[in-house]
Design a protein around this ligand. Structure first.
Ligand code: NAG
Ligand code: NAG
Length: 436
């Protein structure tokens, strides 16, 4: 069943109409100011030159966040308001980019019901998410598949290939090499990238609200620890994305583990020896010319289950700095820490420690930004809104207003990055008064 004209869309259409009139008037009055006002309908793509992102000719450092659930929650009318609430919350903390899932393969509220079959109702929900982001001055990193089982993942593609009698291997890693599965995935990529947003009429590939595409959330291919299988999948799929869409930046979605082709001093930075055997290979994978920037995750709790807090802190500091250095010396590309978090259920968890841990990541990004370095931003995992605490509590998620110390920390990071961009005289104006 297709949702044609929900209340959500009426309200949106009305708001953007008012915004349009407002900004047209402003344009006449003060062309210079409105040219730089990022809250107006966005017209510019984020670009990259060397190790930095640029927006409107100036370096762009990101304070971002994860809310993977946006499309899913936008499908049903009863949960849809959560999408605008989180964008409003993010925008009030000066956050500028949200990373979220643009896939749901074969599960509840699936976007892709079966290979090549899409639910228009869910596509319209995703259209709405993009439009809501734009109206709040937020850009999106849209992830295109999952290595894990949540929302389908690579195992769902493998299952489909078996159901259709074309699968060449039962291994879930056949996602990366089975010809039929690769063509399923390409057909999904093409459908998504050329999707015309029913609210704006703009094709996704032409929509600057999208900051970047991410091929897959946390790809691993442990059945081939040489890394060759994953490497050639990234080469093939990134080239395919670029064939259709030359506007957007593209990243892999890696966790950042150093693989078999890394120098020994880099291998020793991995959280443990076996992390080099997972089939991913950070430097080699990120070097591929059709990949525009590197992505890294930071999860000391899951990667170093038995380490104490001091060891974890030491690891995190080395991990973040090492990847920024890779961006500068090996890749000549920006590096985004697209997920970081501490679990409230980890051994010895305490709030004060989490605050310090998050602050240390933000400090490193800020220091990098100050010297025009490759450390281009960090995305906290993850923000939710009131009413989601139970169903969406993955032990990392929190409602920003409910933890004032974290809320201020996020805002402070936004404001120091905004101050670098606009200068202390203009930051108040350009941050919509979020920053003093
Ligand atoms: C990228 O940066 C280099 C070095 O700063 C500069 O010479 C070049 O013009 C820039 N390219 C673009 C497309 O802005
Ligand atoms: C693939 O993943 C699914 C879902 O996690 C699992 O049930 C299945 O056993 C896996 N297949 C193989 C061959 O490991």
């Amino acid at each position: 069943m297709a949702v044609t004209n929900g209340l959500f869309y009426h309200i949106l259409a009305f708001t953007s109409c008012v915004a349009f009139i407002y900004f047209s008037f402003r344009d006449l009055k003060d062309d210079f100011r409105s040219h730089f006002l990022e809250n107006k309908p966005q017209v510019r793509f984020v670009e990259r030159n060397g190790t930095q992102f640029f927006l409107g000719g100036k370096p762009f450092y990101v304070n971002g966040w994860n809310s993977y659930w946006l499309m899913d929650q936008a499908v049903e009318e009863s949960t849809r308001p959560r999408v605008s609430t989180i964008f409003r919350t993010g925008s009030q903390m000066g956050l500028t980019v949200c990373r979220t899932w643009a896939f749901n393969d074969g599960t509840h509220n699936a976007l892709q019901i079966s290979p090549g079959r899409f639910d228009e109702r869910v596509f319209q929900a995703l259209d709405g998410v993009i439009e809501e982001a734009r109206s709040h001055g937020i850009r999106l990193i849209l992830s295109l598949a999952n290595n894990l089982d949540a929302y389908g993942g690579k195992s769902q593609y493998v299952k489909w290939a078996w159901e259709e009698g074309v699968g060449v291997s039962a291994s879930n890693d056949s996602f990366f090499f089975d010809p039929s599965i690769k063509s399923y995935f390409k057909s999904y990529l093409k459908t998504l990238l050329t999707r015309r947003n029913h609210m704006t009429g703009v094709q996704y590939k032409d929509d600057p609200t999208i900051f970047a595409w991410e091929l897959m959330n946390e790809p691993r291919c442990s059945s081939d620890s040489s890394g060759r299988t994953l490497q050639s999948w990234i080469e093939e799929m990134s080239a395919y994305v670029k064939l259709i869409d030359q506007n957007h930046l593209l990243t892999v979605g890696l966790e950042g583990f150093y693989g078999p082709t890394s120098p020994p001093d880099k291998l020793s930075i991995n959280p443990g020896e076996w992390f080099s055997m997972l089939g991913s290979d950070f430097i080699r994978n990120s070097k591929i010319p059709t990949i525009d920037f590197a992505s890294v995750h930071v999860y000391p709790d899951s990667w170093m289950v038995h380490a104490d807090i001091t060891e974890k802190e030491r690891f995190v500091s080395k991990w973040v700095k090492s990847h920024i250095e890779d961006g500068e010396k090996m890749l000549n590309k920006p590096v985004l820490f697209t997920e970081f978090g501490l679990s409230t259920e980890a051994n010895g968890f305490d709030h004060a420690h989490r605050l310090l841990f998050y602050k240390s990541i933000y400090d490193t990004i800020y220091e990098s930004a100050k010297r025009n370095g490759a450390g281009s931003g960090a995305f906290i995992w993850q923000l939710i809104v009131e009413g989601m605490e139970i169903l969406f509590h993955d032990t990392f998620a929190f409602v920003p207003e409910s933890i004032p110390s974290l809320h201020s920390l996020l805002k402070e990071q936004s404001c120091r990055l905004a101050t670098l961009r606009y200068g202390s005289d203009l930051v108040k104006q350009f941050s919509k008064n979020v920053c003093e």
